[in-house]
Write a protein that binds this ligand. Sequence first.
Ligand code: PGA
Length: 251
Amino acid sequence: MAKKLVIGNWKMNPSGVAQAVRLIRAIGKGVRRYKKAEVAVALPHAFLHLKLPSSLRKGAQDLFYGKGGAFTGEVSGGMVKNLGARYVLVGHSERRALGDTEEIVNRKMRAAIAAGLVPVLCVGETARDGESHYLHRVKEELKSALKRLSRAALARVVVAYEPVWAIGEKAKGALPPEEALHMNLFIRKAFSDVAGEQAARKLKVLYGGSVTPANAGAFLAEGKMDGILVGRESLDSKRFLAIVRAAHLAR
Ligand code: PGA
């Protein structure tokens, strides 16, 4: 059985390199015990140059779609890749809130693939409604992000389902884990419309939004999720490692 994937999204934290190094060391040491999980940390660009222990994969939180040139303040996929990253988050709701449109998300997906990165495409509705319009939103986000990707490119994509209302401190709490399986199957079906059944079967679908050591296992077991995208709890090595442990033990 494939390893469950746990990605910690540090967001714009911590403020200093010394704290980042300490956190990497603590997590890197702890995860060695949990070999049945694959663990990555999505670092701020400012810390991408740091060396990670072999037990940890490196990820970035964003990339720019241009290859190089006059784009002040931006960081290309090639730069991210050259700093040793394997994963890059694309279309995180906090990026979308800062102006990343569906067109931009699609360009970033293609740039990530072109750079040899594994894009972790984040999709999720901002609110739920009684008429399932939110499902339509999730499907549209997914399809527009995957436009003009080749079959080979589609086979590299990881999807993170993150209902926006469940993310961050102001969240109403996580998705009830019993609903995770439904969303998992829904996303896989929508992905299969674009990429074909075989690719959809192999697709990794992660859940993100208020994941804690207490609920992580349920998303993986009941929700049959292939992994977890962790925000706040990834900044506390003990709690993050407890989530990794749940992934290690998940069947
Ligand atoms: P959270 O964030 O775990 O703090 O809710 C998840 C995310 O934004 O990926």
